[in-house]
Write a protein that binds this ligand. Structure first.
Ligand code: CP3
Length: 341
């Protein structure tokens, strides 16, 4: 029974600093590739037996202190009425992109038990299989990040269509955000009810916004998600990638834990979040290419900074890269445990 992750999220003392890695299940693991070799990504997400298997791989191979549900942030967008496909090497495609008022008004709400039963079944099976070994994290995209995928039709560079709708038709954008937020709330509450013991909300693209636009168009919806989870009692983690310029505002979203990327040092972030903050992060994913002795010093430095927070969960500042040797990922987990004990 290892509940150090949940204790750290609540700001309680722990015998060592818990660690998990964003995207800890994935292509850098040969065991994942073996499953993916015979199954496409969406089928993997929709088959509980396989999703359970790949969720458990990093727990067994790396010894991380939390499991994260194997799924994708884009999964709940499909039952809203948009086609979803993952093309090898090209990333996700949402078709048709949602750009008009009529399209926004035709987006449907979801009933998670009916529309994404495989996600809830995966969570239930994982809780049985984990049997308390480590806690299980559920997750979703944040409303703004999900909106970018719907409006752009996939990953984007300039986010022209999203920003255009935001500025040209703010009431249409607001309606889009309202519908996505309703779906996200229903989706995350269902995950918590099925047994997710913490929730991470990924705001991968909110960092493209100025502080003023973030406060106007993204933050209120992220805050509504956090508030809607308050009565579930599960710790809420809010990770904004490239959000260093937004930290004061991010703090007001009301999450229990603030996820940090590597561009802001934890000590500098704490000055802006307040020393009573609980933080998660923030090793540069590319630092795993460092030789062992220099990696050790990086990990030690982050742990020292993390001790100034009310609680610290060690993580990378973004997802594990496919190019990372699995032994290096395991080394990071071992170093965190060794140097924080
Ligand atoms: O962290 C985990 O181990 C749990 C699973 C997980 C995946 N995606 C699996 C996945 C989680 C938490 C995500 C979140 C996710 N998905 C985010 C937010 C985090 C971040 O990286 O900023 C975003 C933006 C997505 C959207 C997405 N999914 C993209 C852009 C892509 C294609 C690019 C890529 O990395 O391949 C995906 C595919 C995806 N999601 C894969 C995995 C393991 C690779 C699919 C494959 O096996 O080919």
């Amino acid at each position: 029974m290892n509940d150090t992750f949940l204790r750290a999220c609540r700001g309680e003392p722990t015998p060592f600093t818990p660690v998990w890695l964003m995207r800890q299940a994935g292509r850098y693991l040969p065991a994942y590739q073996a499953v993916r070799g015979t199954t496409d990504f969406l089928t993997l997400c929709k088959t509980p037996e396989l999703a359970v298997e790949v969720t458990l791989q990093p727990v067994d191979i790396l010894g991380v202190d939390a499991a994260i549900l194997f799924s994708d942030i884009l999964i709940p967008l499909e039952p809203m009425g948009v086609g979803l496909a993952f093309h090898e090497g090209r990333g996700p495609v949402l078709d048709p992109p949602v750009r008009t008022e009529d399209q926004v008004r035709s987006l449907r709400g979801i009933d998670p038990e009916r529309d994404v039963p495989f996600v809830l079944e995966t969570i239930r099976r994982l809780r049985r299989e984990l049997a308390g070994r480590v806690p299980l994290i559920g997750f979703s995209g944040a409303p703004f990040t999900l909106a970018t995928y719907l409006v752009e039709g996939g990953t984007s560079r300039g986010f022209l269509h999203t920003k255009r709708m935001m500025f040209e038709a703010p009431e249409v954008f607001e309606e889009l955000m309202r519908r996505i937020t309703d779906v996200t709330v229903a989706y995350l509450r269902a995950q918590a009810a099925a047994g997710a013991q913490a929730i991470q909300v990924f705001d991968t693209w909110a960092g493209i916004l100025s502080p003023g636009d973030y406060r106007a168009h993204a933050l209120p919806h992220a805050r509504r998600v956090m508030e809607a989870l308050a009565d579930t009692g599960v710790p809420r983690i809010y990770f904004v990638h490239d959000g260093g310029h937004l930290l004061e505002d991010i703090r007001t979203a009301g999450a229990d834990v603030v996820g940090l990327d590597w561009r802001t040092d934890i000590s500098a972030a704490l000055q802006r979040l307040g020393a009573d903050a609980v933080v998660q992060g923030n090793l540069d994913p590319c630092a795993l290419f460092l030789p062992e002795d220099r990696l050790r010093e990086r990990v030690r430095g982050i742990l020292e900074e993390g001790r100034r927070a009310r609680g610290h969960v060690f993580n990378l500042g973004h997802g594990v890269l496919p190019e990372i040797p699995p032994e290096k990922a395991k080394l990071v987990v071992d170093l965190v445990h060794e140097l924080s004990a």
